[in-house]
Design a protein around this ligand. Structure first.
Ligand code: FES
Length: 169
């Protein structure tokens, strides 16, 4: 899939502390992937390599530069799920785990292009679902604070790996 028509880009003026005005092109989203922190991509520690060239190559080839920003960054938090990537799109968040093959990254970009074409956030497609998880509690907080607790969320015994930020029930 290739998106021929992108939605109109919005530009905002941001006033800096010194009074200068800077034009900033707003994006639909942001894809970040972890590289070279404590786990993701650390082949010297036994973790799978991160296909860095595929991320940048797909991003440029699909001309998404002004639609979804791409960042090769440091630790995103859930290190035990290396290799990790995070996508924010239209105010929604999707985290990806165990992303170590170029084909997986191509599927992530297919997913992004599908959302751009649909002009809205979409749930991850079935072929990516097994590699996604919620890192933020945005979608579960209301349930936890309300009358109905999701199974395993409250009152269950949990083991917390504070280094990796991962809980196991
Ligand atoms: S080292 Fe990759 S998420 Fe922490």
């Amino acid at each position: 899939m290739r998106c021929e028509v992108f939605s109109v880009m919005a530009t905002i003026k941001v006033t800096q502390p010194d009074g200068r005005m800077v034009d900033v092109i707003q994006r639909r989203g942001h894809l970040s992937y972890c590289y070279g922190a404590c786990c993701c991509g650390r082949t010297d520690r036994g973790y799978a390599a991160v296909p860095v060239d595929t991320y940048k190559g797909e991003w440029l080839k699909r001309k998404l530069r002004k639609v979804v920003h791409l960042t090769k960054g440091g630790c995103l938090g859930p290190c035990a799920l290396a290799n990790v990537a995070s996508l924010e799109f239209d105010g929604q968040s999707v985290f990806f785990q165990s992303i170590s093959e170029p084909s997986q990254i191509q599927m992530i970009f297919d997913y992004i292009e599908a959302m751009v074409a649909a002009d809205r956030f979409l749930a991850p497609p079935p072929e990516l679902a097994a590699f996604t998880f919620d890192y933020y509690d945005w979608n579960s907080r209301d349930q936890r604070n309300g009358d109905v607790a999701p199974s395993g969320a409250i009152g269950s015994e949990r083991e917390v790996d504070t280094d990796a930020g991962i809980e196991r029930t």
